[in-house]
Design a binder for this molecule. Structure first.
Ligand code: F6R
Ligand code: MG
Ligand code: MG
Length: 383
């Protein structure tokens, strides 16, 4: 059976700041998805959140960018926004950039990762969802999962993985994509994806048979809207096992709390902390950037699960390291490299602060002259 897993997310407002989705907004979204399931537009669904992002996980047979499925998601976000407005939740409707739905959700604010697959007899998948960061944040773990044998021994041991994987990389500034074949082009791949703000791994395919192994959401809201409208917190769908990374290989890629851009005001580097659903709330300094992982099996379009993948003491040490890094980074205060460089900050308002000083900036010679007149006395300057 050909099934599509669509993970579509939006920040439609949250409780007590950009902190956590309110259950009543999730209930509103649930009503819309339940009705869509009753009408057989979708086959199954699961709703969750990470921080202030409402996440709709849906299965159907309509393929990517389907008008009906996207309309369902749009209506769910709209209904949830109405509740957010009634409750006076913060930033209600933040990620919905348009008033009316037309065609599909591309460029309308919500982020999405849609993976169409021919179901294997058993189809295990993992869905990773992050808050307070951006799509390029998945570059490093995707490289580890699909190209690094020190993370994924299956690349060495499993004959179906041994040929390697192809990475489709999108240049989000130019809107162009390139496919790189690994292991041969690993160095070239790293030359690109080491700049995650610009180059984002969108899809990974198994070389042996071109089978899709992962899809990342690629929206960058700040580029869509041209000004601050919220960070584009990303989602990632990964197929697991039997020629794809084992569940543990996929999770191992998150065992190092690497630095990602985002966090407070979308303008700071911080460690990506893998947490359970219970802890998927943005607290300290509006973070630190959080990641949840849910494991499912897909059978005849039905979702079995989820398993809360980071709800495990095996990840306690990763979280502890992330907390230590949090302390370390915070001590830089407003200084780079904790704060992002100006072009990467979510808040595009920094230039307006600097602009206010425009008339107070003096050419350096004038300053020197003024300084000298203090010491030499007015009118006594010789040159
Ligand atoms: C970052 C984020 C938060 C807000 C911060 C200020 O993506 O959502 O860190 O940027 O709480 O929010 P405002 O400007 O709405 O007061
Ligand atoms: Mg928000
Ligand atoms: Mg968010």
């Amino acid at each position: 059976m050909r099934t599509t897993v669509s993970v579509i997310k939006a920040d439609i407002g949250s409780l007590a700041g950009h902190h956590v989705v309110h259950p009543d907004t999730m209930a509103a979204a649930n009503r819309v998805l339940a009705e869509a399931k009753r009408q057989s537009i979708i086959l199954d669904y699961y709703i969750t959140n990470v921080g202030d992002d409402l996440e709709l996980i849906m299965t159907h047979t309509r393929g990517e960018l389907d008008q009906k499925v996207h309309e369902v998601a749009w209506n769910a976000f709209k209904e949830a926004t109405n509740v957010a407005k009634e409750l006076g939740l913060y930033a209600a409707g933040q990620d919905l950039l348009s008033d009316t739905f037309s065609g599909n959700l591309k460029g309308m604010g919500p982020g999405m990762a849609e993976l169409e697959l021919e179901e294997r007899p058993s189809e295990p998948i993992a869905i990773f969802m992050a808050d307070k960061t951006e799509p390029g944040a998945f570059n490093l773990p995707l490289y580890k999962m699909f190209a690094d044998p020190f993370n994924t021994p299956g690349l060495v041991i499993d004959p179906t993985m041994n040929e390697g994987f192809k990475f489709e990389v999108l240049d989000v500034y130019e809107g162009k994509a390139v496919e790189l074949s690994c292991p041969e082009e690993i160095y070239t791949l790293l030359a690109l994806i080491g700049t995650p703000a610009r180059y984002v791994v969108r899809k990974v395919r198994r070389k042996k048979d071109n089978m899709l192994g992962s899809v990342t959401s690629i929206e960058r809201l700040n580029l869509i809207a041209g000004k601050y409208v919220g960070k584009d917190d990303p989602v990632l769908v990964v197929r697991l096992q039997h020629g794809f990374p084992a569940l543990g290989e996929a999770l191992e890629a998150f065992s190092f709390p690497y630095l990602v851009p985002g966090w407070m005001r979308g303008s700071h580097y911080g460690p990506l902390m893998p947490v359970s659903q219970r802890d998927a709330r943005a607290t300290r300094f509006d973070g630190p950037p959080r990641l949840i992982g849910l494991g499912f099996n897909v059978k005849n379009g039905k979702l079995t699960g989820p398993s809360d993948l980071f709800d495990d003491p095996a990840f306690d040490e990763v979280r502890r390291t992330a907390s230590v890094i949090t302390d370390y980074m915070r001590r830089h205060g407003p200084f780079m490299p904790h704060r992002l460089e100006p072009t990467e900050m979510e808040y595009t308002t920094l230039p307006t602060i600097v602009e206010k000083l425009k008339d107070r900036f003096k050419k350096e010679e004038d300053v020197t002259k003024a300084k000298r007149s203090i010491y030499v006395g007015k009118g006594e300057e010789t040159d």
